[in-house]
Each structure stands twice: as structure tokens, then as C-alpha cells.
Design a protein around this ligand. Sequence first.
Ligand SMILES: Nc1ncnc2c1ncn2[C@@H]1O[C@H](COP(=O)(O)OP(=O)(O)OP(=O)(O)O)[C@@H](O)[C@H]1O
Length: 307
Amino acid sequence: MPLSLPKSPILKKRLCSSTSISFKAQNTTHTVRAQGYITHPSSPKRAFNRILTSPTSLTSSSFHRSRAFTNSFILHKPFNSSIPPTMAPIDPMDSTTPPQIDRAALAAHQPIVISGPSGSGKSTILKRLFDEHKGKFGFSVSHTTRSPRAHEKDGEDYHFVTREFFNDLVKKGGFIESATFGGNSYGTSIAAVQKIAEEGKVCILDIEMEGVKQVASHPFFPKPKFLFLQPPSLEVLETRLRGRGTDHEDAVIKRLNQAKVEMAFAKSGEAPHDKVVINDDLDRAYEEVRKCIVEGEWDDKEETKKD
Ligand SMILES: Nc1ncnc2c1ncn2[C@@H]1O[C@H](COP(=O)(O)OP(=O)(O)OP(=O)(O)O)[C@@H](O)[C@H]1O
């Protein structure tokens, strides 16, 4: 049964900001730890809102971005369009420091970017990871220029900001990734990510390919670890997407087409991935991911790349 997880902004999944993940299974709301929410694919949703399709999925703001590219979503109708900014823009142009960059915290709790085609199993694996390591990870709260929906709380689901604020933060380099969909902008701020690190947690960012490129090329944000989760084949991916039962035919086709692009990028030599994990067997893949993320064993990049 598909779940709907409340989450925060940016298009993709990361386990960051504080951290309480709320999700909805049928009519029951559960809270786990994270931000943002996941909506059933058939319900209105926005670019950065990740569609969580399996009951085991989790999500956060950054999660959501990938869906924007691969799904055709019906947009929620904003009910309030005048929400004031809640975060002061950081000043990345302050070369005396980077006082706003908490390098010690980010080094101690290095953020992890997980990416991979829709249906590759990111949500499934992250859900298990969170369940088995409670309090260790967090999701960041994304910024968005869209208006909040009835159930959304500013600062929890997203930081709802004005376009001026958003654009200003973009200019200052305050986002590690940002994108615009359907006239609304979404972004993962440095401040939101490092907040998780300062809380003593590892921020996990579930980000789609374009976001990954942005994070990797950010001029001054310390490099996070990048993990790419790959399906064993497009055929298997198609079977899993259809088995998930959350997408219409056209959405499945879009996801598969996007998967080809993402897998080509992963093999191109241009990708920043520190580790590629092939999700053939769930238990095996989970263990491989866990070793990287929990134990810090990111050692077989070259070997994996040859496959
Ligand atoms: N190793 C595996 N073997 C069989 N089925 C799997 C495996 N890993 C994941 N699945 C199933 O594949 C489907 C897609 O997994 P999941 O929703 O976690 O992918 P995802 O990468 O999070 O997708 P999206 O980006 O669209 O959220 C789910 O139904 C999940 O149960």
C-alpha cells in the first residue's frame, strides 16, 4: 500500500533536518523522523515532492526532486501565498570565513547524497537504515517559493519563502541544489543541511541526477559522500516499478526513460559517485549501503565501476 510521507522541500530524499518523518498509511498518520511528506502518485503533488510508493519508503525534501522529472503531477493548489521568509540568507561571499559553513560539524557528520533511478530501491533501503539506526540520521528541510498546503508547517515541511528571498539565497550560493518546477522553486540550503550535522546527525539527501551535479559542483560547500543505487537491469526495474503499483503507464515509461539517462550518467565517468551499489538482492544491497553509510567503508569504487 503506497504511503504518503509528509516531507519538506527539495526534490529529493535526504534524511536530514530534524527529523521527524510523518507519513500516512491510508488514514493513519505515523511519525518517524524527517521532513516533508510523501504523497501518493495519484494525488496532487509538486516537483520536489517525492512520491513514495512503497510502504517502506521514506522521504524528505530533497527526496522530492527526482519525481519532478519523472512524473506528471497534479499540483496542489496553494492556499496561502504570503508567507514570510523564516531563514536569514547566509553570506557565502564572506571570504573571511566561511563563518556560515560549519566545517567541523560537516566533517564530523559528513552528509550523504543517495541517488538512483526511480524504483531502484532508495526508499526501501533508507527506511530500513532509519529503522535500524534511530537518531543517527536526519533530513534537511528544503526551501520553497510555493505556498503551504493546509497540513504543512513552515520550518517543518518546508521553509516557505518569498521569491525574492529565494533568489537572493541562490545568488549567495546558499543552496547546494535548487530547481524550479511549475513556476515554484525548491532548494536545499547549506544552512538546513548543516543544521542536521550540528545536531550530531548525518544528513542524508535523496537527490535526483541534476541535483547531484549541482551539489558536486558547489563552489564552497564541503563535498559530501555520493552513493548511487542502481537496479540490476532496466527489465528488473520495470518489473519493480509495475509491481509497486503506484504509477500509470505513462509515468512508468517516463521513469524508465529517465533511468536510462541516470544510469548512463553513472557510468560516464562524469558522475561524482563514491560508491555504486547494485540492488539485485535487497539484503545484500542493504548491507553494502549500510557498510558505507554507517561504517564508512567506501572502498570499492573502482571495482564497482568496472561492472
Ligand atoms: N532488491 C529488491 N528486490 C525486489 N524488489 C525490490 C528490491 N528493492 C526494492 N524493491 C521494490 O522495488 C520497488 C521500488 O522501490 P523503492 O520505492 O524503494 O524505490 P525508490 O528508488 O525509492 O523509488 P522512487 O525514487 O520512485 O521513490 C518497491 O516496490 C520495492 O519494494
